[in-house]
Design a binder for this molecule. Structure first.
Ligand code: ATP
Ligand code: MG
Length: 482
């Protein structure tokens, strides 16, 4: 995961991969091309799928751009697509599904943005060239026109793709003035693709970072989520911090770069945090899914309470008392500002708040009830808490790291053992003592205890029984007792 991407791709490899990928989707794109051509409209595969075809990472999402207005597009899709929906007519996008393919078709755009408004103002354009020009990066401004499958690359996207660099089609200043979100997108694509940004792009991001403030929090959040769940989040995060964008979007992160105290007693918390994030990613397989935003974001936020709780002691040492609780509070506030769901906010802040709890475990001194409380407090987040706590060890001291790992193994074993025992302990026979006495017509005594034990054995052997089955089994046992 933290492996660096290769820094260049061979052009011939890129072309070979692209041809292979395009042939794979040929039936879909050729059929669409023919339909639109017959109606006198232009259509082209554009943006992400063209880029991804060349990188050999084409998924099932196919984006197209067309001269057709949305009403016309909708008409042309009828009878061909399996399902059609409106993605937001205001933006000129119609969505449809064809077999496994998710298709989005957007009318040519040449949008202008009002520098003070939060939303782009959509204006339809009249040419593919104009549509490509307003796209964010040259690698996203390539198209394959249909049905002829001609490759359009007016801004040298293919060369940039081979060099793995993000450049804007026009000047980055103009581009970022039009839509400041593109600065976030630069960081996001560098995290997703492992690309670097052109120095001019980085300079413009640095100069214009404050402009991100006019963009809606929801749009910023969506890019941040894509960045954090990408294969190389460190790249994107470092770019946000280096350019000053992070000061506006997630200021808690650059604030972690605490100057060392005069005794160099503690590590740079910022660098520690990025390492914890990468270590959490390496343990993510335990969750059994793909990239996990909650786990990664908790790693990123786990120490955000440190700057505010730092205290220098008289002996020169430094403490961060209650940085877990303070950090959880800061995390909630930031996630709220970024309009995360209540569920996500609760999960991440819970993890931040619990990330230190294990440090009271010592070398296994917790009582069973302390272990139970740990499990109960973590609730649904237990597996993620295991990941975070294990990832939160970045000491270079091998012996110390091994000891911590073994101690956490021990805690996990105790959790498993307790869970098993308590499941067993909660098993009861299907009839209680009173029912046994009533059914057998006897009073309290040894017989009741023996009957209870017998029913318990049956319960263990057979699993739960109905009242009737249990009654019959009890009577059968009773008669066998003479
Ligand atoms: P993914 O779908 O994986 O997020 P993508 O590259 O398809 O990646 P989208 O956000 O879906 O990116 O956008 C589709 C295309 O639209 C991009 O490739 C880019 O050409 C263009 N685009 C999207 N947002 C912007 C923007 N804010 N400014 C300029 N162009 C944009
Ligand atoms: Mg897309």
């Amino acid at each position: 995961m933290s492996d660096e991407p290769e820094s260049t791709l061979r052009m011939s490899d890129v072309q070979r991969t692209a041809v292979r990928e395009l042939l794979r989707i040929a039936p879909v794109i050729d059929e669409l091309g023919a339909r639109f051509e017959k109606a006198g409209e232009q259509i082209a595969l554009v943006g992400g799928p063209v880029r991804d075809a060349m990188l050999g990472r084409l998924q099932n999402d196919l984006d197209f751009t067309t001269s057709a207005r949305p009403e016309v597009t909708e008409k042309l899709l009828k009878g061909w697509a399996d399902a059609i929906w409106d993605m937001g007519r205001a933006f000129g996008t119609i969505g449809c599904r064809k077999g496994p393919w998710q298709v989005e078709i957007t009318t040519f755009r040449s949008d202008t943005y009002d520098a003070s408004s939060r939303k782009p103002e959509v204006q339809y354009g009249d040419s593919l060239a104009g549509d490509l020009h307003r796209r964010d990066f040259t690698v996203n401004a390539m198209a394959v026109t249909l049905p002829g499958r001609d490759f359009e690359d007016p801004f040298g996207g293919l060369v940039d793709l081979a060099n793995q660099v993000l450049r804007t089609p026009g000047t980055p200043e103009d581009s970022f003035s039009d839509d400041p979100l593109r600065m976030m997108r630069a960081a996001r694509f560098s995290a997703q693709l492992g690309f670097t940004v052109d120095p001019a792009v980085k300079a413009a991001m640095t100069d214009m970072a404050a402009r991100i403030e006019i963009v809606s929090p929801e749009r910023v959040r969506d890019e941040l989520v894509k960045l954090v769940t990408a294969p190389w989040p460190r790249r994107g995060l470092e770019l946000l911090v280096d350019t000053g964008l992070a000061d506006h979007v997630i200021p808690e992160l650059p604030a972690l770069a605490l100057e060392r105290d005069e005794h160099h007693r503690h590590k740079d918390v910022y660098e520690h945090t990025l390492t914890v994030l990468e270590q959490a990613i390496e343990l993510e397989h335990r969750l059994g899914g793909g990239p996990d935003f909650v786990s990664r974001f908790a790693a990123l936020m786990h120490d955000v309470g440190k700057p505010r709780t730092r205290k220098f002691q008289d002996d020169g040492s430094v403490t961060f008392h209650h940085h877990d609780v303070v950090g959880a509070k800061i995390t909630r506030k930031r996630m709220k500002a970024l309009r995360f769901s209540n569920e996500q906010i609760a999960a991440v802040s819970e993890l931040v708040e619990l990330h230190l709890r294990f440090h009271g475990y010592g070398s296994g001194e917790w009582t069973d009830s302390a272990v139970r409380r740990y499990v109960r407090d973590a609730g649904d987040q237990l597996e993620r808490l295991h990941i975070l706590t294990r990832a939160d060890c970045t000491t270079r001291n091998r012996r110390k790291a091994d000891r911590l790992r073994r101690t956490y193994d021990d805690l996990e074993e105790r959790i498993a053992r307790l869970a098993e025992e308590e499941e067993l302990a909660s098993i009861r026979p299907d009839l209680d003592g009173n029912q046994i006495m009533e059914i057998l017509g006897i009073g309290p005594g040894r017989e009741v205890g023996r009957a209870y034990k017998h029913l318990m054995e049956l319960r263990m052997d057979r699993g739960p029984m109905s009242q009737e089955e249990a009654t019959a089994a009890l009577l059968e046992w009773w008669s066998s007792q003479g």
